[in-house]
Design a protein around this ligand. Structure first.
Ligand SMILES: [Mg+2]
Length: 127
């Protein structure tokens, strides 16, 4: 069960990346925090928030089942995901990056790097 989404009218199906980028842009601008949202600071913030996500798994290994069925674990993971995502959006704003275009280009590259003819049997090897 997805605890966070179950009662929300704000979800992935009805929001655009553009809208979310504008929300973050307004949040940062209203607080006059643009001076802190430089590429270096944002790269560091993404790494720090990623470490906070990792910290949730330090000395424990909740299974997928446990994550999906424990509202506390799910909520903590959700919050760190959101932190990472917000900083990613702010970084995209700071460097005027079109995330959908970047996503599409990288997926094209990944499809070429990991062709189905070679990777459809579940094996994985770093290329
Ligand atoms: Mg955090």
């Amino acid at each position: 069960m997805n605890f966070e989404k179950s009662n929300s009218i704000f979800n992935d199906s009805n929001q655009t990346i553009s809208f979310l980028k504008k929300e973050v842009e307004k949040f940062v601008k209203d607080r006059k925090w643009n001076k802190y949202h430089t590429p270096k600071e944002l790269a560091q913030a993404i790494s720090i928030e990623s470490a906070e996500l990792l910290e949730l798994f330090l000395f424990k290994s909740p299974s997928l089942e446990e994550i999906l069925n424990n509202p506390n674990i799910f909520s903590n993971i959700s919050e760190e995901f959101a932190d990472i995502f917000i900083y990613l959006l702010s970084f995209a704003n700071a460097i005027n990056l079109d995330l959908s275009y970047a996503f599409q280009k990288k997926m094209e590259k990944n499809r070429k790097k990991y062709p189905l003819s070679e990777f459809s049997n579940g094996t994985y090897k770093k290329k």
